[in-house]
Design a protein around this ligand. Structure first.
Ligand SMILES: Nc1ncnc2c1ncn2[C@@H]1O[C@H](COP(=O)(O)OP(=O)(O)OP(=O)(O)O)[C@@H](O)[C@H]1O
Ligand SMILES: N[C@@H](CCO)C(=O)O
Length: 357
């Protein structure tokens, strides 16, 4: 039976200041996969060794850089990982996947989290595995180890998350690098091995409320910063006072963002951070100046400002004055010869969805 469905996964902003690797919010910018499975298409050219014909919209972010071999592209490679864990070697014959991606790559808006979530949902759908979102989260967390973007992309809304304590055996699995868990990209040897199933219920999360008057402005610089590079500059240990500084703000922030009317007096200081932003300034020109000088007193309507995920995007939360706030940040980046675009976004409350067509 031919099948057609669409998978849609939101972008996300992680950390929201003090919640490093904990907080994430799904954003109204959606990675979409249009999928068809028809065995009559199996003979078409460009079906690759995994029975997949992958295409990418020309107007999508990453059009010129994203690989289109199904065992190299992060989305389909993740889907193959899910299938192979479950003893299915490849896509059903005649699978076509068309990707539309408006999420800028390597900018701190959760492009890789969305790609991994989309890949796991794709594997679940084509393999007809019937997994719940909670189980799919386990597969995602085997690939992207911090739960903040992944949870927000899968579950939607404003989330707090952590990984449960793993047994020593499971801890060992935690260290399995991506290349050993996922099938090798083209050229690599297909060993035919069945990867081990992920442990169950690794991710725990709650969904907080969100005051819908609060909008999310993303100011997106025109350069990429990989999450791995941005994590490599962080220290291995912190002082008690810096950790307490973040914990106090994190506890207040999660409720402050639900209150009506939203209070800049509460939110702005509660979005300060001493765990990641101060260290990332060496990778993002102008970061310290931008975070400290664009304030609610100079820009009424602004509630708080932080680095989005691993950067370089800046996330400003505001109820008003969106254009002026964005322009001020764009001008400050311009002094460092960094050009930016900006987007006014809403929380994506629903998270990842599959629509049968
Ligand atoms: N739609 C996509 N298709 C294929 N690969 C993708 C896609 N989106 C992201 N990727 C891969 O993920 C990489 C970016 O991941 P990275 O974790 O560095 O940044 P990010 O997820 O955009 O930012 P952050 O995690 O800080 O929010 C890209 O360089 C690309 O390899
Ligand atoms: N919490 C992560 C989000 C980026 O993936 C970080 O800041 O490195």
């Amino acid at each position: 039976m031919p099948r057609q469905f669409k998978i849609s996964v939101p972008a996300s902003s992680a950390n929201i200041g003090p919640g490093y690797d904990v907080l994430g919010i799904g954003l109204s910018l959606f990675l979409e996969l249009e999928v068809s499975i028809n065995s009559k298409d199996a003979g078409e050219t460009n079906q690759d060794v995994n029975n997949c014909k992958l295409s990418y919209s020309e107007d999508s972010e990453g059009y010129s850089s994203v690989p289109l071999d199904s065992d190299a592209n992060l989305i389909t490679r993740t889907a193959l990982y899910v299938l192979r864990c479950n003893n299915i070697r490849s896509f059903p014959s005649g699978t076509k996947v068309h990707i539309k991606n408006p999420i800028p790559l390597g900018r701190g808006l959760g492009s890789s989290g969305a790609a991994v979530v989309a890949g796991v949902m794709l594997g679940n759908e084509v393999g007809q595995l019937g997994f719940s979102k909670q189980r799919m989260l386990d597969y995602c967390l085997m690939i992207e180890r911090h739960p903040d973007n992944i949870t927000a992309a899968m579950m939607g809304g404003f989330c707090g998350s952590f990984l449960r304590d793993l047994t020593p055996q499971e801890m060992e699995r935690r260290e399995i690098p991506l290349s050993e868990v996922l099938p090798e990209p083209s050229g690599g040897e297909n060993t035919g091995l069945v990867p081990p199933l992920p442990p169950t219920d690794i991710g725990r999360h709650v969904k907080y409320s969100w005051n819908s008057k609060i909008k999310c402005i993303a100011i997106v610089p025109n350069f990429e910063l990989s999450t791995a590079d941005s994590r490599s500059v962080l220290p291995k240990a912190y002082t008690t006072s810096d950790l307490v500084f973040n914990l106090q703000r994190l506890a207040v922030l999660t409720t402050a963002l639900t209150l009506d009317p939203p209070s800049a007096d509460l939110i702005y200081p509660a979005m300060q951070d001493r765990v990641h932003q101060p260290y990332r300034k060496i990778l993002i020109p102008g970061l310290t100046e931008i975070l400290s000088s664009v304030t609610p007193s100079t820009y009424p309507g602004l509630l708080g400002i932080c680095l989005s995920g691993a950067g370089p995007t800046i996330l400003a939360l505001a109820t008003d004055n969106f254009e002026d706030i964005s322009q001020e940040i764009i001008n400050r980046f311009a002094k460092f010869n960094v050009e930016c675009t900006w987007k006014l976004l809403e929380p994506a409350y629903e998270g990842a969805v599959v629509e049968q067509l």
